[in-house]
Design a protein around this ligand. Structure first.
Ligand code: T4K
Length: 407
């Protein structure tokens, strides 16, 4: 800077400085005024029916002395879910991960399967437990799901399937995936751990691909504490999946397959039946909370949400924002750490990417250069607290806290 330029700059700065200082003061003041929450606010809380509504189920189980191995509660829950998810076939499991293990085995997948790096560890792990190499494919920046336009170049003669995830309950580009699968004779498994109740053009999300997996973990909107299910069109899969779930037993004396113990027990199933009665209420509450978040955060530069499509009914499993560091002035990690000071505990699902795990980073497809979108968004995404018990003013306060971080 020349001497003259310097003088002009100083003059300009002198004018602007009081304003800047005022803005900083104001923001500091705002920060001081927002007090942290007394109790921790987590990313989610399980939906629990009133205890007295669960006790009659327990009484019935106690009376029957039938605790597991596909009893009455199990059968009732299975029937209820077939109806609700609008699917032809459904098999319950003791969690989503064992369900996924059995799904992969039932379709005889082998060699290599194309999947997303932006998911929970259970997805690629289920492949590896079946001695299959996960081939990581980059994701779409808008939906955060596997990008079908990047799949074909990853297909080799060893590829037997695609394991796609409806991340945060947002449906994958199902049509494009099916076109590719048909062209190369590949099977498709959908990991719909987050997509309970998602529908596309009024069709339940469990009707697509060869098999769909749902998780009923306590953190899911509908849950059985731990639990899961597979849905599928081909009814011939049913006996095989039942065997895979029950040690491979065909009957008392014949073991046909090296199966697992993947059975949902009666207490889990009963909890599911009790939770089911309250599920719709929880959904309505989440709808309202989503609107409050959107209304309060929509005009903040640098914060965006995943947009719902008109054709899609959302599962409302998570409320996720993306924080663009250069536009918001603060990084996602800054926001996360600062929120903790206010007793708010969002989660950066799914950080780190599966392709960056110690156990997978040496796979060729895991190379950062092959996955530019996933490696970018994994530093931007934040799942905010999202459950029916959150009060309107608590959601508004979380938004105000986030707003106060903007620089
Ligand atoms: N595929 C995908 C795409 C998945 O996201 C998952 C699981 C699977 C497959 C496998 O399905 P499962 O085998 O789990 O059925 C949680 C869940 O444990 C996991 O099921 C879920 N995805 C994942 C996204 O979230 P964490 O490690 O984040 O959970 P945790 O214990 O830190 O809980 C999060 C918050 O929830 C806590 O801060 C407090 C609250 N919480 C949690 C539990 C368990 C409660 O208030 N009460 C509770 O009982 O994995």
């Amino acid at each position: 800077m020349s001497h003259q330029q310097n003088a002009t700059h100083t003059k300009w700065y002198a004018k602007i400085q009081p304003l800047t200082l005022f803005a900083i003061e104001f923001k500091n003041e705002m920060n001081k005024r927002i007090k942290g929450f007394k109790k921790p606010i987590y990313v989610t809380r399980p939906l629990l029916p009133p205890l007295e509504k669960f006790i009659p189920y327990l009484r019935e189980i106690w009376g029957s002395k039938r605790l597991t191995n596909i009893g009455k509660q199990h059968q009732l829950l299975e029937a209820k879910l077939i109806n609700f998810l609008k699917v032809p076939n459904l098999t319950l499991f003791n969690n989503g991960t064992t369900a996924l293990l059995a799904a992969i085995r039932s379709l005889n997948l082998s060699g290599k399967v194309i999947t997303t790096p932006f998911t929970f560890p259970a997805t690629p792990h289920a492949l590896v437990w079946n001695k299959i190499e996960p081939i990581f494919c980059d994701i779409d920046e808008e939906t955060l799901n596997i990008d079908p336009s990047k799949i074909e170049k990853l297909i080799t003669p060893d590829t037997t399937g695609i394991l796609a995830v409806h991340v945060f309950g947002i449906p994958c580009d199902i049509e494009s995936l099916q076109t590719i699968a048909d062209r190369y004779n590949l099977k498709i498994i959908f990991d719909a751990a987050h997509a309970f109740g998602t529908e596309v053009n009024n069709i339940g999300i469990g009707n697509f691909g060869d098999i769909t997996m749902f998780s009923f973990h306590a953190t899911k909107l509908f849950h059985t504490a731990e639990g899961g299910a597979l849905t599928y069109k081909d009814k011939k899969l049913k006996p095989k999946l039942k065997m895979l779930r029950n040690f491979g037993l065909k009957n008392e004396f014949e073991v046909e397959l090296p199966g697992l113990n993947g059975k949902m027990n009666e207490i889990q199933a009963a909890l599911g039946l009790a939770v089911f009665k309250y599920w719709k209420d929880e959904y309505k509450k989440r709808k309202r909370i989503k609107l409050i978040y959107e209304e309060n955060l929509k005009d903040i530069e640098g914060i965006t949400f995943i947009q719902d499509k008109k054709s899609t009914k959302s599962s409302l499993q998570y409320f996720v924002i993306k924080i663009n560091r250069s536009k918001f002035g603060r990084s996602r990690d800054y926001v996360l750490e600062k929120l903790k000071e206010y007793n708010v505990f969002p989660r950066k699902y799914f950080y780190p990417l599966c392709s960056n795990y110690q156990c997978y980073k040496s796979i060729k497809s895991a190379n950062v250069q092959n996955l530019p979108v996933a490696n970018k968004v994994v530093n931007e995404v934040l799942a905010l607290p999202f459950y029916g018990d959150l009060k309107d003013n608590e959601v508004e306060k979380i938004c105000n806290i986030i707003k106060s971080f903007k620089s």
